[in-house]
Design a protein around this ligand. Structure first.
Ligand SMILES: Cc1ncc(COP(=O)(O)O)c(C=O)c1O
Length: 441
């Protein structure tokens, strides 16, 4: 029997996240189903998914391999306690995830989201230093325009003012590097911009200010996603690594967006050739189907905890749903698809087509920058002086009405389609954008 899809739910009870609730509920955008790279709306329109949901549906929608694995798992073992108890799939999945990471990243701590992965990595960093007799290293460094989720740790190291201002003092002892976005020097760069490696030197300034032996870790997104696809300048990530090494500071890459093939390698660390000490992941780990995240730790980080008496819990941290059997089943089925369809490297074969398509929009009204890397891209629009963000929002609504979904960050259109996208889909994305931007006031 075909499922009954309700297209007129009562909208009042659901307090929606990161949404203008009253505006949305006055003119809702409701999705009812999805296949491949298309959503279908409750009124039966196909909408191309230009942002892989929220940067997570890397293998496209409606993958029966995943739903079959989830259904089987629910019958076989619906839940298993994750403390002092285990089930084989959590170990199998950890091994599979570690195999995708660079050599020497052999340990995986499971969480249920990007936010939890970030907070887990920050706690691992503090615990690591303590285990090595450097417990005074408690300072955490993030970056302006960074997004690391919504836990108190991630909010503290994050650099988006609207996400922070309502929540008081947040974590103590946090500082921020400057962001790397420089339109004057780098507008319309293809791939990594030329100018800005020297911005990493701000970390040396923070070391001078606070003392190297007080700093536990630096966390950055290799490519900042949620603040509008900020691509790291050439040499910047290498410079951060060098300064961290010099001062014994851990480097954490938040790869919640860039992980699982977004740049044409399993992780951005491999794309940029810069090794962090921990890789933070979520989203694409299960193709967005079942909430899950993971922190992949370098051996030295993990091994620092594994000492002392064997009956002692090495890290007092974990979640009821860490390594949930259903999430692991979804994750294993997802990695099978990525492997079989070579999706983790597919972005590299499409990157030039993608770049050409996006940059063809350069001469449209209000466009002040276009940037791209792998299968990520952004079109930055000039803000209306009296209403920043309103032009981006209007572009999003118009595009949705014309069959294209994408995320916006203020006046930046952020694009990251499923890795299964074809050149024809890319043409369609650009065709809709061309019409929308040409008519935008
Ligand atoms: C880089 C980064 N870190 C962390 C998060 C938080 O992930 P979640 O929403 O799963 O908690 C996100 C979400 O977009 C992200 O982009």
């Amino acid at each position: 029997m075909a499922p009954v899809i309700r297209n007129d739910p009562d909208l009042s009870a659901h307090w929606m996240p990161f949404t203008a609730n009253r505006q949305f509920k006055a003119a809702p955008r409701l999705l009812s189903s999805a296949t491949g790279v298309f959503y279908r709306t409750v009124d039966g329109r196909d909408v191309l998914d230009g942002s892989a949901g929220l940067w997570c549906v890397n293998a496209g929608h409606g993958r029966s391999e995943i739903s079959d694995a989830v259904a089987r798992q629910l019958v076989e073992l619906d839940y298993a306690p994750s403390f002092q108890m285990g089930h084989p799939k959590a170990f199998d999945f950890a091994t599979r995830v570690a195999k995708l990471a660079p050599n020497g990243f052999n340990h995986v701590f499971f969480t249920n989201s990007g936010s939890e992965s970030v907070d887990t990595a920050l706690k691992i960093a503090l615990g690591y230093h303590r285990a090595r007799g450097e417990g005074q290293r408690t300072r955490l460094i993030g970056r302006e325009r960074g997004y690391h989720g919504v836990g108190f740790g991630g909010t503290s190291v994050g650099g988006m003012v609207n996400n922070r201002r309502a929540y008081g003092a947040l974590l103590p002892g946090v500082d921020h590097l400057p962001h790397t976005h420089n339109l004057a020097a780098n507008a319309f760069s293809r791939g990594q911009p030329a100018v800005g490696a020297e911005l990493a030197d701000a970390l040396s300034d923070l070391v001078a200010l606070h003392g190297a032996d007080t700093i536990a870790a630096v966390i950055v997104e290799p490519v900042a996603g949620s603040t509008g696809v900020l691509v790291p300048p050439l040499g910047y990530l290498q410079a951060l690594r060098t300064i961290c090494d010099k001062h014994g500071i851990l480097l954490i890459f938040d790869e919640v967006i860039t992980g699982f093939g977004r740049l044409g390698q399993p992780f951005a660390t491999q794309y940029f050739g810069v090794l962090p000490d921990m890789i933070v992941t979520a989203k694409g780990i299960t193709n967005g189907t079942v909430p899950m995240g993971a922190v992949i730790a370098r051996d030295a980080v993990h091994d620092a905890f594994m000492k002392g008496s064997e009956n002692i819990i090495e890290m007092f941290h974990g979640y009821t749903y860490s390594g949930h059997p259903v999430a692991c089943a979804a994750g294993i089925a997802t990695l099978d698809i990525y492997e079989r369809e070579k999706l983790l490297t597919r972005a590299s074969t499409l990157a030039d087509v993608w770049a050409d398509a996006l940059h063809s929009l350069r001469d449209l009204p209000h466009v002040i920058d276009i940037r791209n890397i792998g299968l990520m891209g952004a079109i930055e629009l000039a803000s209306r002086p009296d209403a920043p963000g309103s032009r981006g929002y209007q572009a999003m609504v118009e595009a949705f009405n014309q069959g294209l979904y994408f995320r916006t960050s203020a006046d930046v259109i952020a694009l990251s389609p499923p890795l299964t996208v074809t050149a024809e889909h890319i043409d369609r994305i650009v065709a809709v954008l061309r019409v929308v931007l040409a008519n935008l006031k």
